[in-house]
Design a protein around this ligand. Sequence first.
Ligand code: THU
Length: 529
Amino acid sequence: MNKRAFIIVLDSMGVGELPDAHLWHDEGSNTLGAIRDHEYFYCPNLKKLGLFNIEGVGGGVSDPQGSVARMAERSMGKDTTTGHWEIAGLVSPKAMPTYPDGFPKEVISEFERRTGRKVLCNKPYSGTDVIRDYGQEHVQTGALIVYTSADSVFQIAAHEDIVPVEKLYEYCTIAREILQGEHAVGRVIARPFTGEHPFTRTSNRHDFSLVPPRDTMLDLLKKAGYDTLSVGKIYDIFAGKSVSELNRTSCNDEGMEITLKMQDRDFNGLCFVNLVDFDMKYGHRNDVAGYAAAMTAFDRQLGVFLEKMRDDDILIITADHGCDPSTPSTDHSREYIPMVMCGKHVKQGVNLGTRSSYADISATILEYFGVPQENTDGESFLSDTMSAAFFLPGDSPSDRELMEMAVKARERSYTPYSHYKVGAALLSSDGEVFIGCNIENATLTPTVCAERTAFFKAISEGKKSFAKIAIAGGREGELSPFCAPCGVCRQVMAEFCDEDFIVILGSPDNYREYRLSEVLPFMFTKKEL
Ligand code: THU
């Protein structure tokens, strides 16, 4: 059977400042807060799953259909790479180096020595200004234009007629080799340009990312034989390490289209998606309306995704940092990220509060696939968010088999008064089955239903946790297509089971699963006392 997990990263969709936001001058930043009241924002699917139930967000629904958490970034950074690496189980205790005064002498002279070319500029600079101001000198002398920004980047600009693109990429590889350890910048970027002064940049830009310094969940999944499919920037963020399939995208819409197509494939493993428009097109450009509209567009596609989810799929929607479009800063913001998880076996309405690291996502994914979490950071929340049915041993009976056992149990019903025979087969979380039938009494009131017989047998044998019950009933000699449990039995289920306990109703040829919360809405339980 294929097991599939989808992680969709809404790039920069933070949900409020982290306690240390002042260290980054990001006090008050709240990306979701900045867009949620805009008239273009309409996200009923995210709302229904529980996005607004997340701690500190506000405006949640009473019956969220997913499990949610707010997650703090433990790494010392607020960029895309650091955020994604932490999601994948790699916390970066040190910020990636930045160079507000240019790169140190030893780096530049080593680069000059190995490329055989001199370096121009070596300062933070705008990409268009740098070719306007240094382009001509570069064309005349063949020296390379090296510049940086507020991010951890080493950028090399060169005219395509002076330095052929392939040669420029070679120089980037050399820079990448030099920029390790103390000077391990996030990215080395080739910035080719063409034409005459003031020159134009070409589409041959290429990023040379830093390889994650140790294994992430992608490496562990791949080694265990699972697929690691990437959509959008994921491949580049991990420098291709342990990514089994690359799907680059040009916009959010295309990213979701590819993801929807992935749902039709029988892959076995993780599909890791990044939707970068939120950050690149709207967050950095302080475009609140655009950001809100992009969320609305995503939510519409999410609706299609949810419809197409298979029984064994899980989906986690999250982010990598903030980028509040309503603050004067156009930079990323140090924020909590949301975690919204859903799937057929995911509990509804679990609120995990605030978690101390994004890395908990990787621990959860690894546990979901049964892969030991070696060497990665984070703590799994899988047992809090998955229903008992998910943890059943592999050789547990199927729904159909349980139904057949219920029919069989029915043969022993003692029903001299009603002649209505019911059988039940109850599956405990450790995979054991307890059957029960209804047992009537001449004074009527001591009559016990089939379901309660099964429950009380199991409980008196020491069972405490239950996954499913199948119920079959009907008048003597015939099996009804649908026998609903009585109110008292539903109340007994509510006593011993979670809301996601599964009730299988119908007949062996035609049955359906219901959650207990569907069968007994607004239940009164011990939680109230
Ligand atoms: N009964 C059950 O055993 N389970 C149900 O879910 C519905 C009703 C029994 C009780 C009684 O013996 C007979 O069906 C008629 O009410």
